[in-house]
Design a protein around this ligand. Structure first.
Ligand SMILES: CC(C)(COP(=O)(O)OP(=O)(O)OC[C@H]1O[C@@H](n2cnc3c(N)ncnc32)[C@H](O)[C@@H]1OP(=O)(O)O)[C@@H](O)C(=O)NCCC(=O)NCCS
Length: 205
């Protein structure tokens, strides 16, 4: 089995670190639409069109790109090619046995995910982010480093929470929302809004 990490940039390399920290790390190949080099951190970098030869049922992929729209497009493309979406959880993360992590997700080291929390597919939880109990992260949500999501929160598909932002318990964040770095979300946030500040308020995107 070969794991294809889609995106050979910074988050791709962080995902590789997480894979290499596991006890039985698979062979890794990067796939990148605009490769800057032919190898990255000792792994070959392929163009997507070079994948046909090495793709196939036994191969897996994970999209390591923070932009939710790009991630959605690439996840569909690789699933259509017949690769299976892998889930990468760094063993240095703490994930409650009572949490459920969906396919294609990446959870980096020192992230904490509490009990009863459920993630959809292709969600990213960065290092030192904390997700409280019974929270729902829908498909393609991105939680950036150090963000603190309290319990019973719902975050809609494709939304991003910036680094060191905090979301108070029980709040509902709609789909395609951007929460700026270091914001404090005290109220529900409607679909598509960009919110910044303490307390967080909507700003024109
Ligand atoms: C909120 C955000 C999406 C705005 O992006 P943007 O529109 O490109 O922002 P700009 O850099 O053009 O700044 C526009 C204005 O917003 C302000 N601003 C930017 N980010 C802000 C934030 N998080 N909170 C408060 N104000 C912010 C800037 O100071 C600037 O104000 P000014 O016009 O008075 O100088 C972005 O700054 C952000 O916080 N992204 C999350 C980044 C992150 O967490 N990265 C982690 C990577 S691992």
């Amino acid at each position: 089995m070969t794991l294809h990490i889609v995106g050979a940039g910074g988050f791709g390399r962080e995902t590789l670190d997480a894979v290499r920290a596991t006890a039985s790390a698979p062979e890794v190949v990067f796939v990148d639409e605009h490769p800057a080099a032919t190898t990255v951190d000792g792994c070959p970098v392929l163009l997507p069109e070079q994948l046909a030869a090495s793709g196939g049922q036994r191969n897996e992929f994970v999209v390591a790109i923070a932009d939710a729209d790009a991630r959605r497009r690439l996840a569909r493309e690789f699933e259509d090619r017949g690769l299976r979406a892998a889930t990468v959880i760094d063993p240095r993360a703490v994930v409650s046995p009572g949490a459920r992590i969906g396919r294609g997700c990446v959870v980096l080291g020192q992230a904490f995910i509490s009990t009863g929390t459920v993630t959809g597919a292709h969600v990213q939880v960065n290092y030192q982010a904390s997700i409280g109990h019974d929270t729902v992260l829908e498909d393609f949500v991105t939680i950036l480093p150090g963000a603190n999501i309290a319990g019973n929160v719902t975050i809609g598909a494709g939304s991003t929470v910036g680094s060191n932002a905090a979301v108070l318990q029980g709040r509902r964040i709609g789909p395609s929302v951007m929460v700026g770095a270091a914001a404090l979300v005290t109220r529900d946030v409607a679909v598509g809004q960009l919110v910044v500040g303490v307390p967080a308020r909507a700003r024109e995107p």
